[in-house]
Design a protein around this ligand. Structure first.
Ligand code: SF4
Length: 381
């Protein structure tokens, strides 16, 4: 598999020709960026302003354009430039983000604004990848969109299109270096901004996850999945054995009255509106006890001391496996605030059944009740 030079040029030309009359040319972060770019002095001429593009690229990380667009407008009204973002409190930022999910993205934007104000806008891949919350594809997206620099991208749309184009027998997650190579090989170095946008538009408008519109596709004559009449069979899915595993640290915070702290997830997004015990995903190289302390601080604005482990277990969702590590915690300082949830509440452990919890939390509730019973009988004896 791979692309010959002639094939690469042919694919690029066909894509850009299709894009000229069928692409999404009205994305506001591009038109607004043109308007704002003249205000900057340290960026190459012909650039678009990176701020609206950066915000859009981060919002698009786990979200489709139709969903993120109202949030992007709201954000740009509230924080029209990086200076105002930097001066805002995290609570204000989370409030504007509320409902969009994956709150680490909002926290990272806020954190990154301070870095950008201090060091100015990065102009290299490494520079962007040093910004919190920016991986290689987001960095490539910003550099090509804003500055027309020749960096490839590999978001979900591009992975799908390339997997189909080559009828890849492996799931995209397993062959990322190969997909990166293809995205880089195909990139039009004369028009990287347009090419990357065209590739994303092809994935969003034609080569859609379900029912791709192959008859309208500029690449149908080159597409292996289409020639096999198996467009819908690609990309190949991960088997449950190869599901990625995340580790989540959970804190059971008890107060002096014996009540336990729970919070209610936001209504939009995964498991929206359900209650849960506070916690979050472990960062690379982070001790799980540190994860819990950090999550409590970031999401509830409280300081806790992490005590004994209560339980640990695995729970499998349709797309990933989560390893939960649950610890008993003591509240040291602060009043819990729902910075990343819609409500927080102290409840008696025997009343937990009155609140809807995601399935995985049942293990935690049972372990907590058992532990409290053991403590009670120990005290009684
Ligand atoms: S022909 Fe169909 S499957 Fe192949 S790239 Fe085009 S839309 Fe996707």
């Amino acid at each position: 598999m791979g692309f010959s030079r002639a094939c690469k040029i042919g694919l690029g030309e066909k894509l850009l020709y299709w894009w000229a009359s069928n692409g999404r040319h009205d994305l506001p972060w591009k038109s607004d960026s043109i308007l704002f770019a003249s205000a900057l002095t340290n960026i190459p001429s012909g650039s678009f302003h990176p701020y609206p593009i950066w915000i859009a690229e981060v919002m698009l990380q786990q979200t489709q354009v139709g969903v993120m667009l109202p949030y992007w407008h709201k954000w740009m009204t509230k924080f029209p430039n990086v200076n105002l973002l930097e001066r805002a409190s995290l609570e204000e930022v989370l409030l504007v983000w509320q409902g969009l999910g994956y709150y680490a993205r909002a926290r990272n934007l806020h954190k990154a604004s301070k870095q950008i104000i201090k060091h100015s806008w990065p102009l290299t891949l490494e520079g962007w990848m040093a910004i919190p919350g920016i991986g290689r594809t987001t960095a490539g997206g910003i550099l090509s969109s804003a500055f027309d620099f020749p960096y490839p991208i590999l978001d979900g749309n591009v992975r799908r299109v390339l997997s189909r184009l080559q009828a890849c027998p492996d799931p995209p997650q397993k062959i990322l270096p190969i997909l990166w190579k293809w995205s880089e090989t195909l990139l039009d170095r004369e028009r990287p901004r347009d090419f990357n946008q065209a590739l994303m538009d092809l994935g969003a408008l034609i080569c859609t996850p379900r029912n791709p519109k192959c008859s309208l596709c500029p690449w149908k004559k080159n597409c292996r999945a289409y020639s096999l009449d198996k467009s819908g069979s690609f990309p190949v899915k991960m088997t449950s054995k190869s599901l990625s595993t995340a580790v989540v640290g959970v804190g059971i915070v008890l107060n002096d009255s014996g009540e336990v702290l729970i919070d209610q997830r936001l209504n939009d997004g995964l498991l929206g509106g359900l209650w849960e015990f506070p916690g979050g995903k472990q960062e690379p190289e982070e001790l799980i006890t540190k994860t819990i302390v950090r999550e409590m601080q970031e999401e509830l604005s409280i300081t806790v001391e992490v005590g004994e482990e209560l339980i640990s277990f695995d729970h499998t969702y349709s797309h990933k496996k989560i390893h939960f590590e649950v610890y008993l915690c003591t509240l040291i300082k602060g009043i819990p605030k729902p910075l990343a949830s819609q409500k927080v509440k102290w409840v008696r452990p025997e009343s937990l059944h009155e609140y809807p919890f995601p399935a995985a939390n049942v293990h935690i509730i049972n372990a907590l009740k058992k532990r409290l019973l053991e403590d009670k009988s120990q005290k009684a004896s």
